[in-house]
Design a protein around this ligand. Structure first.
Ligand SMILES: C[S@@+](CC[C@H](N)C(=O)[O-])C[C@H]1O[C@@H](n2cnc3c(N)ncnc32)[C@H](O)[C@@H]1O
Length: 262
């Protein structure tokens, strides 16, 4: 077994993160650059340090999981969601939509969703689930403090209505915050919620191997309700959606089919 294989095993034991599902070349590049930054030149030595140094371990998980996000990332897709997906989805649902932001990072995505949903529902009717593997990202999401850069795509109206300026940052107001339920969930290991109307998984599948992706498409399928919609990231279109019983309804949006002939 080479050193990276042993490192992957040890990291799985230490953090419960299975690096086997992440694209190997990309991961090795990211990890070795972080090792260099810390003056460490072997996987064995790095693992020993990670085991005994919580700050180093947090830095490792943070770097590994790549938390970059922003409000209404790839704006044009959010417009499609608002104008062409949500109206039909809402019409076809008896209750308020069951929405899950499944790799929510520091909260920009679920908060974007809540704000968007206020165009269709009273705020009091909405609650969405937001999950991520990274505790630190989830903590930041719950604090909800963002720099100007994260808000570039945000409308003036939403900025005024739902944020407070705190020195050079913007804090999302509690009236939005309290409608998002944050929870830790590893997409590759944990069971998924059921009966989801709108499932968002954006900008995380690109880091996964093809095997992991197939596994996830099946899990996402089972998590969605009949005719539920799956919203993916910009470079994450499903190659053969029908293989997983999904139908492409717009670029980046898929509907759950109930049988192949639909
Ligand atoms: C680049 S961010 C994407 C954030 C947001 N979805 C967006 O598109 O702006 C990727 C997120 O995926 C999370 N992630 C990585 N592996 C994961 C896993 N196995 N299960 C759940 N989340 C994971 C990371 O912690 C990180 O917050």
């Amino acid at each position: 077994m080479n050193n990276y294989e042993i490192f992957k095993k040890n990291i799985n034991k230490l953090t419960n993160i299975d690096l086997n599902y992440y694209k190997e070349k990309q991961m090795i590049r990211r990890i070795t650059s972080l090792m260099k930054r810390n003056g460490i030149d072997s996987f064995d030595q790095y693992y020993l340090k990670l085991k005994s140094d919580k700050t180093l371990l947090d830095q490792f998980i943070n770097h590994l999981t790549i938390n970059v996000s922003e409000f209404y990332r790839n704006m044009s897709q959010w417009r499609v969601l608002e104008k062409e997906i949500l109206p039909d989805l809402i019409k076809s649902s008896k209750n308020t939509l069951n929405v899950w932001s499944s790799a929510c990072s520091t909260g920009e995505e679920p908060y974007s969703l809540i704000m968007l949903l206020t165009k269709f529902y009273d705020l009091d009717e909405i609650e969405i689930l937001a999950t991520d593997i990274d505790d630190e990202a989830l903590e930041k999401a719950m604090v909800g403090l963002y720099n100007e850069k994260a808000l570039v795509n945000l409308s003036k109206e939403f900025k005024l209505k739902y944020f407070d300026k705190v020195e050079n940052s913007y804090r999302i107001r509690d009236k939005i915050k309290k409608h998002v339920k944050f929870k830790k969930l590893d997409l590759l290991k944990d069971p998924f919620p059921k009966n989801i109307d709108l499932l968002i998984c954006r900008n995380v599948m690109i880091y996964f191997t093809d095997e992991a992706k197939s596994l996830l498409y099946e899990k996402f399928y089972n998590s969605l309700r009949k005719n539920g919609v799956f919203f993916v990231g910009s470079t994450e279109q499903i190659l053969r959606p029908e293989k997983y019983n999904f139908k492409s309804i717009k670029t980046f949006f898929y509907r759950k089919l109930n049988n192949i002939s639909e």
